[in-house]
Design a protein around this ligand. Structure first.
Ligand code: SF4
Length: 371
């Protein structure tokens, strides 16, 4: 038995298990944080080996139970077009998998083929087609099928738009906007070159068996009506038909459902000692994004406080010079601030759930291949 007032280096039997399995503070900091010093960040790579701290009685192995216990998603901001949420308890590789899936694998509808009937504008046909391809469409891709090379364009794999604009001679120049693209729910109106047999209907570039109004309750127009497509001078005209199909960003960026999807590790800014008066003022001025503020202590005294740590951009200005020893700048290794900016085809929260489904399918495919 250890004497009263002394401590056994092995710990006593009634010492809580949890306490024995805890790393010393400096190792726990290195394990869970990226430490940002004035020169460069340190401990940027976490320990992946589950037995890294086994000698100290700390189990860092990965298990589904542990993951379920620690994993959390907290939505911080949600609008029609963008979303910011915290993803807590995941490795950077998982956060990055979601980012990549969102950019390259969640499908959308985009204009793929343009049948040019007339284009006397100054924009070349291929440039005009490229511009049309990049216009976000207000069409839910989950209602449509992918179209392979051998498929006939039908109501389940193609959306047809028509654009017919002209600028009359003697009129001022005309701006052609995306809102002038007209959705054709019954399919193509352009006749194919071969003349129809007598009594038969003239063939068009699609073969719809039903109206797309029966498939989608919403109109399948463009998401933003004020995107400039072209400028027409007097006497110029554009007449075309555009066919949109389902695709993914991996094939072409026009199918990417996000303007951007990105994440950063949660910044942690800690004042290691009280910074007062002139030093506090200097520290507040150093930060370009106002992470610090001044607190009035009365009696004419002031001190610096951390008010907006999430805004920290890791510029490291506050750890340069005399304040280096006063501020600790870290990033939480398993806590990600994730931002999704939708192009408009699907709301950002739906995009994330679609990304989760795609990752789930990939995991199931790996498991079935392995077994
Ligand atoms: S690292 Fe830059 S942005 Fe972050 S708190 Fe310091 S000065 Fe502000």
């Amino acid at each position: 038995m250890p004497k009263k007032g002394t401590k056994s280096t092995k710990g006593t039997d009634d010492e809580p298990q949890q306490q024995q399995n805890k790393l010393p503070d400096h190792l726990e900091l290195q394990r869970t944080r990226v430490i940002c010093k004035a020169g460069a960040p340190t401990h940027t790579e976490g320990f992946q080996y589950s037995g890294a701290y086994a000698a100290m009685g700390v189990d860092t192995s990965v298990s589904v139970d542990k993951f379920c216990m620690n994993f959390k998603v907290e939505v911080k901001r949600l609008t029609e077009d963008d979303m910011e949420f915290d993803m807590i308890g995941v490795d950077a590789s998982i956060a990055n998998a979601f980012r990549r899936i969102l950019i390259a694998e969640v499908p959308t509808m985009a204009i793929e083929k343009v049948f040019m009937v007339d284009n006397t504008s100054v924009i070349a046909d291929e440039v005009l087609s490229h511009r049309l391809g990049l216009i976000p469409l207000d069409a839910d891709p989950r209602l449509f099928d992918y179209m392979s090379e051998n498929d006939v364009p039908n109501e389940r794999n193609t959306i047809v738009y028509k654009l017919h604009v002209s600028c009359q001679k003697g009129s001022p120049r005309l701006t052609v906007k995306s809102g002038q693209l007209e959705w054709l729910p019954e399919g193509s109106q352009l006749n194919m070159a071969a003349p129809a047999q007598s009594g038969n209907k003239q063939k068009t570039y699609t073969s719809f068996s039903q109206s797309q109004k029966d498939i989608s309750k919403e109109s399948l127009g463009v998401k933003f009506k004020d995107i400039t497509i072209a400028r027409l001078g007097p006497g110029q005209a554009i007449e075309l038909e555009a066919h949109a199909v389902k695709g993914i960003g991996k094939v072409h960026a026009k199918w990417s459902p996000v303007a951007t999807a990105w994440y950063k590790m949660l910044p942690e800014v800690v004042l290691l000692k009280e910074i007062k008066d002139d030093d506090a003022e200097k520290l507040v001025k150093k930060c370009p994004v106002n992470v610090f503020d001044i607190e009035d202590l009365g009696n004419g005294e002031k001190r610096a406080v951390v008010t907006k740590p999430r805004s920290c951009t890791l510029c490291r200005e506050c750890v340069m010079g005399p304040s280096e020893e006063q501020v600790r700048l870290t990033r939480v290794r398993d806590h990600f601030i994730f931002t999704i900016e939708s192009t408009g085809a699907l709301p950002p929260e739906v995009l994330f759930t679609e990304a989760v489904k795609i990752l789930e399918e990939k995991c199931e495919r790996v498991i079935s291949e392995l077994s």
